[in-house]
Design a binder for this molecule. Structure first.
Ligand SMILES: NC(=O)c1ccc[n+]([C@@H]2O[C@H](COP(=O)([O-])OP(=O)(O)OC[C@H]3O[C@@H](n4cnc5c(N)ncnc54)[C@H](O)[C@@H]3O)[C@@H](O)[C@H]2O)c1
Length: 339
């Protein structure tokens, strides 16, 4: 969406007329601050911007307190829009603050990472982490708008691009197999021409799942394909060895093997083509499968003592299964942890 499109959308929305508060990733503010002020067409005063230090550690109870404090001290009213500008960390944090302050301020997401464009800015999940686990504190708070401008991707580091690609491939398995047959490469110059249609496809898929099941009582859980294994890898390695998308990529490879071993017609090597794009080091983890399994049982999405996985029943179709079969789970781990 270009600048004038956002401007005219704001003009047409009674809820967007008030002056804006912006919660912006500090790196994005450094790189794109002038452009962001331009997008706001005079509705955003520089003193109404709060920056968020890059990194998952900003998505904390303390970080949330800081943003809530900023919003309240800046004199927000019930109709003051909050713009969340950055990747998933800023989006989740700003969204949680917008959900809480005055019991809910209008929220606009302006995602600047591939992951945020295809996933985290859509669907209304907001939140921060707790020492016990990721995303344990938060609320559903739907944005009034999500403004996706792929030209922001021109400054995204290659490693972060990979994080988003993991989620794009996820949509391939759960909904749109054509996403699995494309050739992906990081393109800093003119990212909009390389990525606009992939992003649009992913947005449509995510919105279909969210509209069918906003609060994740059923099919929305399919969006967690690869995430049960992936979250366990992130938790056991202290959230500093893998980017989220890398962990999801490994998790999807394990989940494909599990799907195959459960009898579904799925090629367990179906993601191997993309392995060179995700050079993840898994050394030392095969001996820690019991810890990984304990982390999977603690995953907040698990409702019983069984493991709960999203599996692929055929390319483009997913299902949720529960199993207590340790042999199946061990075989899935071995696919990604075997040296
Ligand atoms: N709410 C949801 O539904 C949902 C879904 C998936 C993931 N998430 C959350 O999203 C988070 C991960 O998001 P992320 O991968 O976007 O990471 P992120 O927000 O940490 O951003 C990654 C890095 O990219 C930098 N950056 C952002 N935009 C840039 C740009 N245009 N140019 C240069 N640098 C830029 C940031 O400074 C940061 O260092 C996790 O906390 C995860 O839990 C939420």
């Amino acid at each position: 969406m270009g600048d004038n499109v956002l401007g005219s959308w704001m003009d047409s929305q009674p809820r967007q007329k008030a002056s804006v508060r912006a919660v912006v990733d500090a790196r994005v503010w450094e790189l794109h601050g002038a452009r962001i002020l331009g997008l706001a067409e005079g509705r955003l005063a520089p003193e109404h911007v709060v920056t968020v230090p890059p990194g998952e550690s900003s998505k904390s109870w303390e970080g949330l307190g800081r943003v809530v404090d900023f919003l309240l001290r800046s004199g927000v009213r019930r109709n003051t829009p909050v713009w969340a500008i950055g990747g998933g960390v800023t989006g989740d944090l700003a969204g949680a603050a917008a959900a809480l302050v005055l019991r809910g301020l209008p929220l606009v997401h302006i995602p600047t990472t591939l992951l945020a464009m295809v996933d985290s800015s859509l669907g209304g999940k907001t939140g921060v982490n707790h020492a016990i686990g990721k995303n344990l504190i938060g609320a559903f708070h739907q944005p009034d708008a999500v403004v996706i401008d792929p030209t922001f991707l021109g400054t995204l580091p290659e490693s972060e691009w990979r994080g988003g690609l993991g989620e794009v491939l996820k949509y391939g398995w759960i909904a749109e197999p054509s996403l699995l047959s494309r050739d992906y490469r990081f393109q800093a110059d003119s990212p909009e021409s390389a990525w606009a249609d992939v992003i649009a496809t992913c947005v449509r898929i995510k919105m279909r799942f969210v509209e069918a099941d906003e609060t994740e009582q059923g099919v929305r859980a399919h969006l967690n394909f690869g995430h049960t294994f992936g979250h366990a890898l992130e938790a056991v390695t202290g959230y500093n060895r893998y980017l989220h998308g890398e962990a999801v990529f490994l998790g999807m490879r394990a989940a494909l093997r599990l799907s195959h071993d459960l009898g579904y017609a799925v090629d367990p090597t179906g993601l191997d083509r993309f392995r060179p794009l995700f050079p993840a080091d898994t050394s030392g983890l095969l001996g820690r499968v019991h810890e990984l399994n304990a982390a999977m049982r603690r995953d907040k999405k698990a409702k019983t003592d069984q493991y709960r996985f999203v599996v692929i029943t055929e390319p483009g179709v997913a299902a949720v299964v529960e199993t207590a079969d340790e042999t199946l789970v061990q075989a899935a781990w071995e696919v990604i942890l075997q040296p």
